[in-house]
Ligand binder design. Sequence first.
Ligand code: 5FU
Length: 290
Amino acid sequence: MNMMFVCQTARATTIEEGGPTGPTMEPADAWGRRWVNATSTLAKRYMEVATAKRSLVCLAADRNTMAGLFSLIEEVGDHVAALKTHVDLVDDWTADAWSDFCRAAQHANLLIFEDRKFADIGKISRAQMAGIYDIRSWSDLVTAHLISGPDVVDGLQAGWDDVGRSGGVLLLAQMSSRGNLLHPAYTTEVVEKGASHSGVFGFIGNGSRPAELKALREAVGDEKMIWTPGVNLAVGDGEMGQRYGDPTEAVMAGSDCIIVGSGIHKASDPKQAAQAYAEASWSGLLNRTG
Ligand code: 5FU
């Protein structure tokens, strides 16, 4: 992919511009308690970008070619606030192409979130941040299961430290897939252990079940983020056990970011779809009380 092409076509949205579809709003006014209580610089950065773009959408960019990924950013970059990747599902992945892709994402003002779901002991998680994909060098956020104990978070933080960068961990407190084993007692323990850790940016919640999400928000409190997959404007069962809930309801129940994959990247018009999800998420934020 020609980097010049990417730079000319992708456009960074600034807060001063007020995003693509409306007047400027201050993050504090849009986010209320979450803005006041957030202690993480990354969370504030996310809330600023989301406010500027009037979008609480994280694009799950699950396309398996670099060309497909580049065109997605070009089409929807203005309407999403973060980019979620699975670096290991790209068929024609090369380090150079990925580095250009990350640059295009940064240019579009997107936090880069690798949904790696780390789950090993601390020292191995640290080592896994390096390796061929070198996740520590380009990710702002990664996911982790807490099943192996709290050192996984320290290991991931050490990974970013090793290259002089910083990042945040999203712990899986719930999942959207049917039959998952993250039962309420496990969720409670993940939240208890994660809530006080400065390396924990927030939690993954189940976007398909607003009642579960509401309970998760009550347990988490106002400081940390909750980001939610399992969201689609077509509510119901998805492919291979995925479940979908309504984007606006998810935000009103306490989600700070809806993670949307096929609803955008498989749409006949991804830009229009991204705009629809942005609007649904933004109206949820403006209408939520907590
Ligand atoms: F942790 C989770 C989860 O519980 N459910 C998910 O669906 C993560 N995901 C990711 O969100 C999953 O790996 C996909 O990348 C994305 C959902 O894509 P969809 O096409 O919107 O279903």
